[in-house]
Design a protein around this ligand. Structure first.
Ligand SMILES: Cc1cc2nc3c(=O)[nH]c(=O)nc-3n(C[C@H](O)[C@H](O)[C@H](O)COP(=O)(O)O)c2cc1C
Length: 348
């Protein structure tokens, strides 16, 4: 019946509605896109989202750059660039370089620092009317704890995302490469706040499951997968990097298959939910990540191309799910079916 609906011309609205009712297929407007993320270990409150699409840290500023394009609260939550205790100037330019299927960046966590964030940016983020998730980055465990403690005292803050995965600064990656360091960092921040913690992990590791389990054991409520993959672009004539730093982080469509696989592997192993990111450029990709096991997704690089895409995507998600006879988007999470050969191999 879904196929019949799909083929009907857009003008035949009435016919389409009647067919939908007869077949007990939900009408798009009735499809439920809401997602709840429970607090791990029964502590604190669940986070509620109107739909699963968030902006990815570092590609959304602190919301204000998006105001000319859409109400930033159209996203399910707002999530700004990583914040450190001290202001950071970032890496020397050029800081971005476009590759055939992605973007290399070496921004280096430029940010205004905690004091200015509290004064100028957080009040604006709070006005958007959706949960505010603050992405934190530190040089030491104590830095992360101080950030979580001071920001945790602000009513406007709903959750933290710990950036323990940036390939453009040495201290960011250091935590994310070693499961023990990941576990103890998350555990330390857990001790400083009751707010939900999303641990954002790096894909620049051999075994993502080991890192994800370490974050879960440390008390994370969710893991965010993936940050950028380390990459380089060289100008052979000048023999130097196309970026102001020797290397950077690759994002965009090129990394989507890697992200999808890591989300799938981590979601199978974890009890806590996964937030999927990496190369999402269409609403269908949102659904692919959810089938792989993501409860939420983030869109990053694509926002440079289509900053207001989420407006259309929300409607399109409803249509796609209605056509497939799915009433609630959350029913799709983790429904990946291994191909027959894999099922047989598991059964043996
Ligand atoms: C220009 C740029 C800046 C970024 N800055 C941050 C950052 O400050 N903190 C962070 O956790 N991730 C940062 N990221 C990583 C993104 O949040 C995301 O994990 C990554 O880009 C993959 O998603 P995408 O392929 O949809 O862009 C940045 C990415 C880009 C492209």
């Amino acid at each position: 019946m879904g196929l019949v609906l799909h083929r009907l011309p857009a003008k035949g609205g009435e016919v389409l509605t009647r067919v939908a009712r007869e077949a007990k297929v939900p009408e798009p407007a009735a499809v439920d896109l809401t997602i709840a993320v429970p607090a791990a270990g029964g502590r604190g409150k669940a986070l509620h989202f109107a739909h699963p699409i968030l902006p990815a840290s570092g590609t959304f500023g602190y919301g204000e750059e998006f105001e000319p394009f859409l109400a930033p609260g159209t996203f399910a939550a707002v999530l700004g660039k990583s914040i450190s205790l001290e202001p950071r100037a970032g890496n020397p330019p050029p800081r971005t370089f476009e590759t055939p299927a992605g973007l290399l960046n070496s921004i280096g966590l430029q940010n205004p620092g905690l004091d200015r964030f509290l004064e100028s940016y957080l009040p604006r983020l709070a006005r958007y009317g959706v949960p505010v998730i603050v992405n934190l980055v530190g040089r030491t465990v104590e830095d992360y704890c101080e950030l979580a403690t001071r920001l945790g005292a602000e009513r406007a803050v709903s959750a933290f995302e710990l950036n323990i995965s940036c390939p453009n600064v040495s201290e960011g990656l250091r935590f994310g490469l070693d499961p023990e360091a990941t576990r103890s960092l998350v555990r330390a921040v857990r001790g400083c706040t009751d707010l939900p913690i999303l641990a954002k992990l790096t894909p620049n590791v051999t075994d993502i499951v080991e890192q994800a389990l370490a974050a879960e054991e440390g008390g994370a409520d969710m893991v965010t997968l993936i940050n950028t993959l380390r990459g380089m672009a060289i100008d052979w004539r000048t023999r130097t990097s196309r970026l102001g730093a020797a290397s950077g982080g690759l994002s965009g469509p090129a990394i989507r298959p890697i992200a999808l696989c890591m989300v799938h592997e981590a979601a199978k192993a974890l009890r806590i939910p996964v937030c999927g990111i990496g190369g999402i450029t269409a609403p269908e990709h949102v659904l692919e990540f959810m089938v792989a096991g993501a409860s939420l997704v983030q869109v990053g690089t694509h926002l440079y191309r289509e900053p207001a895409c989420v407006l259309e995507w929300i409607e399109r998600l409803r249509q796609l799910l209605a056509e497939a006879g799915i009433q609630r988007i959350r029913d799709l999470v983790g429904t990946f079916k291994p191909p027959a050969a894999v099922r047989e191999a598991i059964a043996e």
